[in-house]
Design a protein around this ligand. Structure first.
Ligand code: UD1
Ligand code: UDP
Length: 359
């Protein structure tokens, strides 16, 4: 069986890494197709280098653009590669435009589609990711749901039970595979003069947050209150989308917030696992903080990761400064002994075993 692994952004590289490793281990007939949705060194190459992943067989270099242009360029490029390589199955991961283009191109060519991290729903169609998730799930043949909750979302949309496999999320595999390396390889705390529990970590990049001036300003005003109240620096490795928007909206860097370029996965895991608390609108970061037993406040009004709220690792704060302050007050004083709901770190192994059975 020939497998095509399609990826294009930072989180897809991190979450597909365990599947790529499993393919290597099994000497599977596979290749990686990179759409080039992310291309800056610190959003792309750094992860292939650090995670010691083989170079993709193809890179479409589509780069940035409107949703239509970016998705359309990917569709055309992916179709060309699939026609040439004729894989039996295409694997996509998550909810980006890369995932939509990959699953759509493959299904129209009658190539099987396996969706890793299927069944997540925020029930908020303002998010481009929600559209991508729903469409990709509905053209997929193998839906690798990370949790029972994700499976029940799929069943409630009429997807047949025999297409759904609860495997856990490959982010657990990835965290467990890399956390041991972190102590050895990451000097980020020393270089930034930080100590365990001596700072708050922050990320933000959601289109519906950072492209809206009032919401981005609300987040920044919330950060200022937190810095003052806890006398802790906020470390903010800033996503390129957010950097661009800050500049466009004339939002200045403020005292107490340490803006850095995006960092590699090992440095980010080190920053996350030693932070007093994490503020984020990222999907992957909500999961990782839950896995690492670090409290999280999510700067959104909803989440497609409700398991984190249920176990008590995460709280929704939206983007108003007072709600952010109150959520931080609540989460910072909480016990962090919750149990990770995203699996045992063997999701990639399970996914490959399921595929083995079909060949
Ligand atoms: C994309 C995904 C989002 C995911 C995120 C992970 C979609 C619709 N969005 O959002 O679901 O959470 O990736 O980080 O697929 N840019 C660079 N260098 C890069 C990549 C982007 O400078 O390597 C800048 C460009 O100005 C670009 C902007 O960031 O216009 C947004 O990039 P894009 O890939 O369109 O969306 P993300 O916000 O990264
Ligand atoms: N991440 C990283 N460096 C950073 C910020 C995040 O390596 O500076 C990692 C983080 O550990 C997580 C992933 O990027 O695994 C999350 O990606 P992102 O927030 O861009 O996307 P999302 O998960 O929201 O789709």
């Amino acid at each position: 069986m020939k497998i095509c692994i399609i990826l294009g952004t930072r989180p897809e590289i991190i979450k597909m890494a365990p599947i790529i490793r499993e393919c290597e281990k099994k000497h599977a007939d596979y290749f990686v197709l990179h759409t080039g949705q992310h291309y800056s060194i610190n959003m792309d190459k750094i992860f292939f280098d650090e995670l010691k992943l083989p170079q993709p067989g193809y890179n479409l270099d589509v780069g940035s653009g409107t949703h239509a242009k970016q998705t359309a360029d990917m569709l055309v490029g992916i179709e060309n590669v699939l026609l040439k390589e004729k894989p039996d199955i295409v694997l996509v991961e998550g909810d980006t435009n890369t995932v939509l283009a990959g699953s759509l191109a493959a299904s129209k060519l009658h190539i099987l589609v396996g969706h890793v991290e299927a069944g997540l729903r925020s029930y908020d169609r303002n998010m481009p990711e929600e559209i991508n998730r729903i469409l990709s799930d509905h053209v997929s043949d193998y839906l690798f749901a990370p949790t029972e909750k994700a499976k029940s979302n799929l069943l409630s949309e009429g997807i047949p039970a025999n297409k759904i496999f609860v495997t856990g999320n490959t982010i657990v595999d990835s965290v467990l595979q890399h956390i041991k390396l972190v102590k050895e390889k990451s000097d980020v705390l020393k270089n930034m003069n930080l100590k365990k529990d001596g700072y708050i970590l922050m990320t933000a990049h959601r289109q519906e947050n950072v492209d809206v001036k009032n919401r981005l300003k609300g987040i920044f005003d919330g950060l200022k209150i937190i810095c003052k109240e806890y006398r802790l620096p906020v470390i903010f490795p800033i996503h390129p989308r957010t950097r661009k928007r800050m500049e466009a909206f004339g939002l200045k860097e403020t005292e107490g917030i340490v803006f850095t370029e995006p960092v590699g996965f090992l440095d980010f895991l080190e920053l996350e696992s030693n932070a007093r608390l994490v503020l984020t609108d990222s999907g992957g970061v909500q999961e990782e903080t839950c896995i690492l037993n670090v409290p999280c406040v999510t700067l959104r009004d909803n989440t497609e990761r409700p398991e984190t709220i249920d176990v008590g690792s995460n709280m929704l704060a939206g983007t108003t400064p007072e709600k952010i302050r109150d959520s931080v007050r609540h989460m910072i004083s909480k016990k962090t002994n919750w149990k990770n709901p995203f699996g045992d770190g063997k999701a990639a192994l399970r996914i490959l075993s399921i595929l083995d059975k079909m060949s």
